[in-house]
Design a protein around this ligand. Structure first.
Ligand SMILES: Cc1ncc(COP(=O)(O)O)c(C=O)c1O
Length: 366
């Protein structure tokens, strides 16, 4: 039997001009961080409406440097349990302790009430995640942080192009961290960016990403090598020009799904945070398992059989990952992890594909 063509969950298509630009860098022999990297950082900062953008090798490296620049050993950081591992693992590798908080049952982003409950005198920072591109309740988190004198490190890996109150999510202090992994809204292969308006933090992070060097072979502190090359930067420059078009397409796909599922009692949609304008890096649904005769994994298999690729972000909340040795029970995160499914969303889905995905899901859940 001929295998069905799968509708892919995400897709990257590089154009000839992007490939040519990479070839030009290769031919030039300038493979380290150079002029193209500076240009990429400047254009990123302008697009985000921030003073500084510092390129790094990944979103994970961005988080590592952000935490490392702000935390001391023994500090605690409030982290949502429902996120990708590096939001919390990089806290640990900076010598601090992630304290897991539950998420809001509707928006699936960090619950401020949980932060209030979990804070201690050792709490030094909060690390909210703009999950799937839906911004957190930035205003409430900022006032919680101000009242408790905490730094805020925004994990914006999935939120390039997302806005809150009409401004980019990067424009809210202290630091925002982005990822350019191929599943993200734009890509440089691997890559990441840190944004901040603070001159002091920017200077510190720039030094930390390159061996703690202030001047050539002068090392006031120790640091890492998290530099990108001009090869990634040149790709980033092209992708930045296209990212608004990519996001516009993602929004169209998301609107179609929302319209298709809004009256389906077996499907929970992620509620947009008020004042948020999401970029829809991912589109996940929460299955209402009590209204279905299948488990989430059986549902994923049924989708596959119908030619629709899906994924599960995330099957295990971080409070249940053995590496963190946490004894917390966080009911919203744990329930969502059992019933969440991510659907195809990317700029190259045609109308027929979107219709097939929506119709298949409605059929399987009716
Ligand atoms: C929420 C979140 N944080 C951090 C990261 C880490 O980014 P990277 O894969 O570029 O290291 C990701 C990427 O998957 C992510 O989705």
């Amino acid at each position: 039997m001929k295998a069905k063509n799968m509708i892919p969950i995400c897709q990257v298509r590089l154009t000839e001009d992007e490939i040519q630009a990479c070839c030009d860098v290769l031919r030039s022999g300038n493979l380290r961080e150079g002029e193209k990297t500076r240009q990429f950082e400047d254009q990123f900062a302008t697009m985000m409406g921030v003073k500084h953008a510092i390129s790094v090798t990944s979103g994970t490296a961005a988080l590592h440097l952000a935490y490392f620049s702000l935390l001391e050993p023994g500090d605690e950081v409030l982290v949502p349990a429902f996120t990708f591992i590096s939001t919390a693992s990089m806290v640990m590798l900076s010598g601090a302790k992630p304290v897991f908080c539950d998420i809001d049952p509707d928006t699936w982003t960090l619950s401020v009430e949980e932060c209030e409950r979990k804070k201690t005198e050792r709490t030094k920072a909060v690390a909210p995640v703009h999950l799937f591109g839906n911004s957190c309740d930035i205003q409430s988190i900022q006032s919680f942080a101000q009242q408790n004198k905490l730094s805020v490190i925004w994990d914006a890996a999935q939120a390039l192009g997302s806005q809150y109150k009409g401004k980019s999510v990067a424009s809210y202090a202290d630091i925002a961290c982005f990822s350019f992994y191929p599943t993200k809204n734009m890509t440089t292969g691997e890559g990441g960016m840190i944004t901040t308006d603070s001159d002091e933090l920017a200077q510190k992070i720039r030094a930390l990403k390159s061996h703690g060097e202030s001047d050539r072979y002068q090392h006031p502190s120790v640091g890492f090598n998290y530099r990108i090359t001009d090869l990634q930067a040149v790709l980033g420059i092209f992708q930045l020009e296209k990212v608004q078009q990519f996001i516009a397409k993602r929004k169209q796909v998301a609107q179609y799904y929302i319209e298709s599922f809004k009256n389906n009692p077996a499907i929970q949609l992620q509620k947009e945070t008020s004042d948020s304008n999401p970029s829809y890096n991912y589109f996940s649904i929460g299955l209402q398992l009590d209204k279905l005769n299948v488990s989430r994994d059986e549902f994923v298999q049924q989708l596959k059989d119908e030619g629709v690729q899906s994924a599960v972000h995330y099957p295990i909340p971080l409070n249940k990952q053995p590496c963190f040795e946490s004894s917390e029970t966080l009911s919203v995160s744990e329930s969502l992890a059992n019933r969440i499914v991510a659907l195809p969303i990317h700029p190259y889905l045609n109308h027929e594909d979107i219709e097939i995905v929506a119709n298949t899901i409605n059929k399987l859940t009716s």
